[in-house]
Design a protein around this ligand. Structure first.
Ligand SMILES: C[S@@+](CC[C@H](N)C(=O)[O-])C[C@H]1O[C@@H](n2cnc3c(N)ncnc32)[C@H](O)[C@@H]1O
Length: 355
């Protein structure tokens, strides 16, 4: 998934920098603005256990699958529904279940009725986020997953695996420049391709991991950590607005939608880290309340908080330092391209060792 603020190209820098500071081997790694699975996935293999958190529900779903799932899925409750499933070896069962979902007849549900080309044809306003076929396929699969959950035919681990697979694959055929702030006026080539439900494969291992779906400032008051990694939004673009369609597919709660791009109401999911006037106070409250040994913060030179603000706030907890790297900017869409003329940016990894 193309994700605003993704640290994909900075993983080595982040890992090497953290390794210079943290020598303990059995520590937990907490990625508390987790977004997609990029950072903690990299660390899941190297650290004893991982805690992930994000305000957005689609992110929670993806993280629930990739982090909390660490054993093969049995799909025992679907033995009577999907032919041959019972006699299939355990590691291959997920492919059979995805094939079953992939071949369902399309359904005219919420996504089709609100975000497809069909809507655009008959209504005054356009909402061309998906081809009709992909919108109907999404509705059929999403409804089936929910029905299986309600009838207890699948357990929680199976539910999040199926939902994460749907979210990742529907995103590949979305008719957007990258984010869901706006759709394109014509169906682009990749949006014309019929979605293929590929598995959101997770790693098998013996460790237990934990995922939360909270505002970080609330979560931090009730949890303790070893190494905390923070990667907050760095500008005013709210993730809830930019990924609203994924949020709706994940929740599938028939929301009222409005505004020019037909978004769900996201007033309860607005992040204070995206507000120039609020961000420093919020950050200070967070840092003051953290119960951990080490705190690392990724932030770049163009963020809402200045370098000096960050240094001031983090130094209040004890020994502060920073690593620096120049890197090529990821431009999620035209807005990013317009706002940022420079191709490179300075990325900082601030840290504090807490006494
Ligand atoms: C820069 S992105 C993280 C990117 C991630 N590290 C990656 O590489 O994919 C910031 C994330 O913080 C989340 N977020 C924003 N405000 C939050 C808050 N108050 N509490 C928890 N998560 C928040 C957003 O939903 C978004 O997913």
């Amino acid at each position: 998934m193309n994700y605003i603020g993704s640290k994909k190209s900075l993983l080595e820098f982040i890992e090497k920098s953290i390794a210079k500071v943290v020598s303990e081997k059995d520590y937990k790694f907490s990625d508390l603005f987790a977004g997609t699975w990029i950072v903690w996935r990299y660390f899941k293999e190297k650290w004893h256990s991982v805690i992930a958190n994000d305000l957005q529900y689609y992110s929670f779903v993806i993280n629930k699958n990739y982090i909390e799932n660490h054993k093969p899925l049995e799909f025992k409750g679907l033995f009577d529904i999907i032919e041959k499933l019972k006699d299939t070896e355990i590691l291959k069962r997920k492919d059979l279940v995805l094939n079953f979902l992939d071949s369902l007849k399309g359904k005219k549900g919420f996504i089709y009725k609100n975000y497809s080309v069909w809507w655009t044809k008959w209504q005054e306003h356009e909402r061309m986020y998906f081809s009709d076929e992909n919108a109907m396929k999404c509705d059929a699969i999403r409804t089936q997953i929910e029905d299986w959950k309600k009838s207890e035919s699948i357990n929680e681990n199976e539910y999040y695996f199926l939902l994460a697979s749907l979210l990742e694959n529907i995103d590949k055929v979305a008719n957007t420049a990258s984010v869901y702030w706006a759709f394109l006026k014509k169906l682009k080539k990749s949006a014309q391709v019929l979605m293929n439900l590929k598995p959101a494969d997770f790693f098998l291992n013996d460790h237990e991991h934990t995922v939360y779906n909270s505002d970080i400032n609330e979560l931090i008051k009730n949890t303790s950590h070893d190494v905390v990694y923070l990667d907050p939004p760095y500008n005013e673009r709210q993730y809830s607005a930019n990924y609203h369609v994924l949020e709706t597919i994940a929740k599938y709660d028939n929301p009222e939608i409005r505004w020019k791009t037909w978004m769900r109401d996201y007033s309860m999911q607005k992040s204070l880290y995206c507000r120039k006037t609020e961000v420093k106070n919020s950050f200070r409250e967070l840092i003051q309340n953290i119960d951990a040994k080490y705190v690392f913060l990724s932030y770049n030179c163009e963020g809402l908080m200045s370098f000096d603000d960050i240094k001031e706030v983090m130094s209040e907890r004890w020994e502060y330092w920073v690593f620096t790297k120049e890197y090529r900017r990821f431009k999620a869409d035209k807005t990013e391209a317009r706002n940022h003329k420079k191709d490179s940016v300075t990325e900082y990894l601030h840290y504090v060792v807490i006494k």
